[in-house]
Design a protein around this ligand. Sequence first.
Ligand code: MN
Length: 433
Amino acid sequence: MFELDPTHDASLRSWVPGANGHRDFPIQNLPIGIFSSAAGTQRAGVAIGDQILDIPATLTAGFFSGIARLAAETASGSSLNAFLGLDPEVRNAFRHRLSELLQTNQPDQDKLTRHLHDSTSCQLHLPAVIGDYTDFYTGIHHAENVGKQFRPDNPLLPNYKHVPIGYHGRSSSIVPSGIPIRRPQGQYKAPDKEEPSFGPSQRLDYELELGIWIGKGNELGQAIPIDQAWRYLGGFCLMNDWSARDIQAWEYQPLGPFLAKNFSTTISPWIILPEALAPFRIAQPSRTPGDPSPLPYLQSPSDQKQGAFDIRLEIFLVTPGLKSKKLSPYRLAQSNTRYMYWTASQLITHHTCGGCNLRSGDLIASGTLSGPDATECGSLLETTLGGQKPILLPSGEERRFLEDGDEVILHAQGVRQGFQSIGFGPCSASVTA
Ligand code: MN
């Protein structure tokens, strides 16, 4: 699967100023994205510290050869769908070459410097044309917390530990970090009213999720076996699956979420390559003794041994009151990707088991990732118990759900003893009226 190699060595240093010890993008990470500088077109870049290495320019200057060159050529256009479709071996050759180019003692440092851009003066775009988006529900503590609000004695539905639950989402409204989110209008029914009404959602919420980019696609009718599923992973991002709880509660039966979720979804724009996350892979932790074994089509010893991730997650809130009083962003929760009940490979295999074809650049979401503790809730629905228990902020403000002017910021960081920590970069957006 994804093995440790010299690109993960914690002692590697980069000649790029500010890259060493960077919280998100040290030389051990090397995520790829689509950026534009002030006058330039949209093109592929790799994040290193607070700089972006221009891939088409580096390719034209002759810095890639062999297999790494083939990979760089797929990253020459304005989206990364073709790059995502590469075999893992080809993608990894590209990663190894980038690591060489950006390491200290690189003789061509001066020539390469010309192809670096200061990220603060660049704009990040969606990295791929997202054909389809699927939202799963793998956060078992989220499923339990939400289930408890409706069924205190029996929070998990009987299918939960047998079948990965998901639904087909909306890809057209996925936006990169930084784009403001408009509070949706919609239909909802207040509990004390007989009739539904139409207007701005009163119960706007966030959802903390891991995004999974599909790499290679599969042919229609051809299922992806569980032992092969890792080869179809293209990368990872953070995702805020904004949710209008009042609209959701009224519309979701019997077919599931619709307008409550499709008005906007925010993602972090850098694709964290699967190879970069090798140090943070762990055994599938969320199954406890007594849980049913997955059916054979979802079972693979190697996937159960290293198919899950230990990535720390955090949610911060900035409100108009916190900002005007110059108070720091308020940490709403911390969580972890280890709370996924199903691995990324299990989601890919399950998605395709009936013959559904996935395509390069499709996006899969983990579902809200909450932990077992009250400080680990991935949504306000859980933190405030559906709005019953407001959060008291240091500014004196209260929050049951999001208000206009609020900004939600998600963070993710892989941390492991003996390895360099890496992050996902920003995933944030403000709510507007
Ligand atoms: Mn969701």
